[in-house]
Design a binder for this molecule. Structure first.
Ligand SMILES: NC(=O)c1ccc[n+]([C@@H]2O[C@H](COP(=O)([O-])OP(=O)(O)OC[C@H]3O[C@@H](n4cnc5c(N)ncnc54)[C@H](O)[C@@H]3O)[C@@H](O)[C@H]2O)c1
Length: 347
């Protein structure tokens, strides 16, 4: 298959490209490149076979000609970014997703896999039990709302010839050629390693489902390969087995991987309104070939090896190299991208 991955120059992209290559597929990447040069230790199989530099808000049909399946990752991709630039999040994540879907359909692509997010269950509350795909949405951020609206934009295009699959990924962790420290496990591990203290600013009670980026990529591969018309459902929560944790439990797993490190639950930000447990039965039983390989302990060990190799210092923990919001802010303040988040110095 020839697969087009949008947003391939981000955190998940290099791991996903490697998995698609290992499965024998050709990969075309399409990305505007906010993080393109922030790549480290990338083996050849982490790079696409062909790359298009472009903004999904302007993507046209030509990009999708000859493509068998699309995996759509391109987005402003987390809550802090979404909150600071809510209008752009809507523009890129909702508008851009709708445009990608419409252009792909026009070009005759039949399978379109969207990286959605469990954050659309946001404020459901852990007492509601584990939520399956029919649970009501309760988004608490511009980012989560953009995923609700992006899903709807694709569903509106669905017919017998164009079948979007919506993958509601849990909170990601893991090492990539663009490892990020703005995700809960990665962040707690990095602080613990660098300062000896794992500080949890909330009261530790919010619940989060967790998934490794390789298992996110695995689910996307299974969905891309599934024959059109052959799936009973096209919306899946994507996580590992037994992967619902409280933030306190995540901190305890990080601390267990970092001998001598202590946990401080400061509670200074109080309870976090984002708290939910998710049921992953459908993906585990119905998504053909999906077999998650990671758990949080294994992920913590992988991150420790990465930390020992890269030795981030205290500045790195807050800086643009590993924190996506900081990178976007730097691109804005230096004038390299304009208020519309378009490049001023190249196309
Ligand atoms: N990381 C997570 O915890 C997580 C969890 C659930 C879902 N997801 C989703 O998975 C996808 C990938 O996540 P990630 O962590 O790799 O994100 P990322 O921010 O690291 O990468 C996103 C990529 O999209 C590109 N992009 C942004 N706006 C664009 C535009 N207008 N045109 C073209 N490219 C554009 C960026 O340059 C970047 O390379 C996102 O849609 C995200 O919402 C991520």
């Amino acid at each position: 298959m020839r697969v087009l991955i949008t947003g391939h120059c981000g955190y998940i992209g290099p791991v996903m490209i490697r998995l698609f290559h290992q499965a024998g597929h050709e990969v075309v990447g399409y990305d505007t490149g906010y993080f393109r040069d922030q790549i480290e230790d990338a083996s050849k199989d982490c790079h696409p076979d062909r790359e298009i530099a472009g903004d999904i808000r302007n993507i046209d049909e030509a990009a999708f000609r000859g493509i068998d399946a699309v995996v759509h990752l391109a987005a402003l991709s987390n809550d802090p970014m979404g909150d600071i630039v809510a209008a752009k999040t809507d523009d890129i994540n909702t508008g851009g997703t709708g445009r990608c879907g419409a252009m792909a359909k026009k070009a005759g692509v039949r399978r379109f896999v969207m990286a959605s997010s469990c954050s659309l269950y946001g404020a459901s509350g852990a007492s509601a039990g584990a939520l399956d795909e029919s649970a009501p949405f309760a988004p608490v951020s511009a980012y989560a709302r953009s995923k609700v609206d992006g899903e709807a934009a694709l569903q509106a295009l669905a017919d017998k010839d164009f079948e979007p699959v919506l993958l509601r990924n849990a909170t990601a962790y893991g090492v990539s050629a663009r490892t990020r420290l703005d995700l809960v496990l990665n962040n707690l591990m990095a602080y613990g390693y660098t300062t000896g203290v794992i500080r949890v600013l909330s009261d530790g009670t919010p619940c989060r489902p967790m998934v490794h980026i390789e298992d996110i990529s695995r689910a996307a591969l299974c969905a891309a390969q599934a024959p059109v018309g052959g799936l009973k459902h096209t919306v899946f929560n994507v996580g590992g087995r037994n992967c619902n944790y409280t933030v306190r439990e995540i901190a305890e797993i990080a601390a267990a991987a970092l001998p001598g490190c202590r946990i401080e639950i400061t509670g200074e930000t109080g309870g976090d309104p984002r708290s939910y447990k998710v049921d992953f039965t459908r993906a585990l039983t119905e998504l053909p070939g999906f077999d998650p390989q990671w758990n949080l302990e294994k992920g913590a060990a992988e991150l420790l090896a990465w930390l020992k190799l890269h030795k981030p210092d205290a500045d790195d923990l807050l800086g643009e190299r590993y924190i996506r919001l900081k990178r976007i802010q730097t691109l804005r303040s230096s004038g390299r991208i304009d208020a519309d988040f378009r490049w001023t110095d190249h196309g």
